[in-house]
Design a binder for this molecule. Structure first.
Ligand code: NAP
Length: 259
């Protein structure tokens, strides 16, 4: 199936590692140009070098801390000036700490919401007028099944993800007025560096392999490339009738009716 992504311009936050990098490489393979941002310049350069090995790739990078509004505005301005437009935004840069409720203070909640929730909201608010002006565009929010499966030990990330599921659907209503689609992706455990760090400290009595196997009913975590494939489809014209949907990709780990 031709995803019809050739010639599209995609801005991918957190595009230097993990799911963001896999998504960048998939988009480039499909003929899209990508603008990648993250804090660390070195990892950005490495991701860009990988992408540039692919034929015809146009890749730009910009170090940015997406907890800062001025950095968000800088990235959007750079993407628009470098490529002339923004067809696809993948809001992906995010993380939130686990921890016990009584041990997490206001600062912890604020810090994590600043990136994982407000980073997405602010980026969408900056990009939406550009897409609306063009009369087309797609925003993909990479969220997480933590929002669908409340857990005492992952309350900040769960709450931010739940809010982002809501935000995605609400923003789709706004986007529809301008022919801009808004979709969400809820990954379960995906084998990025972050998950590896967690699995390397397995529960007592379990090996790293057992820890991975117990993560999902199908006996393994997902690969970043599997999430990238879903994002590429949802961002593509092939998914033109999908908006306001949050799609779960978790190897069956979420047993709930929603997602
Ligand atoms: N992996 C999973 O199991 C999983 C499950 C559910 C949801 N998710 C979600 O999927 C998304 C990607 O996760 P991942 O596992 O691929 O993460 P990752 O491998 O840790 O990569 C995170 C990316 O975001 C960038 N980043 C982090 N903080 C940033 C900041 N303040 N400003 C700008 N960029 C920043 C990182 O680069 P720098 O550090 O250099 O800034 C990196 O490029 C996240 O939103 C995560 O919550 C992941």
């Amino acid at each position: 199936m031709d995803l019809q992504l050739a010639g599209k311009i995609a801005l991918i936050t957190g595009g230097s590692k993990g799911i963001g990098r896999a998504t960048a490489l998939r988009f480039v393979e499909e003929g899209a140009s990508v603008m990648l941002c993250a804090r660390g310049a070195e990892a950005l350069d490495e991701a860009a070098a990988l992408a540039r090995k692919l034929e015809g790739a146009r890749v730009a990078t910009m170090p940015a801390d997406l907890t800062r509004l001025e950095d968000i505005r800088g990235v959007v301005a750079r993407c628009a000036s470098e490529f002339g437009r923004i067809d696809i935004l993948v809001n992906n840069a995010g993380s939130a700490r686990p921890g016990e409720f009584q041990k997490l203070g206001d600062e912890d909640w604020h810090d994590d919401f600043e990136l994982k929730f407000f980073g997405y909201v602010r980026m969408a608010r900056e990009v939406m007028p550009i897409m609306a002006g063009a009369g087309s565009g797609v925003i993909v929010n990479v969220i997480g099944t933590g929002g669908l499966r409340p857990a005492a030990g992952y309350m900040i990330g769960g709450a931010a993800n739940a809010a982002l599921n809501h935000f995605t659907k609400a923003l789709a209503g706004e986007g529809a007025k301008h022919r801009v689609r808004v979709v969400g992706v809820n990954p379960g455990p995906i084998l990025t560096e972050r998950l590896k760090r967690f699995a390397e400290r397995p529960a007592p009595g379990h090996s790293v392999e057992e820890t991975y196997a117990r993560m999902t009913p199908i006996g393994r975590p997902g690969a970043p490339e599997e999430v990238a494939d879903l994002i590429a489809f949802l961002a593509s014209p092939r998914a033109a009738f999908i908006t306001g949907a949050n799609v779960t990709i978790d190897g069956g780990a979420n047993p709930g009716l929603i997602g």
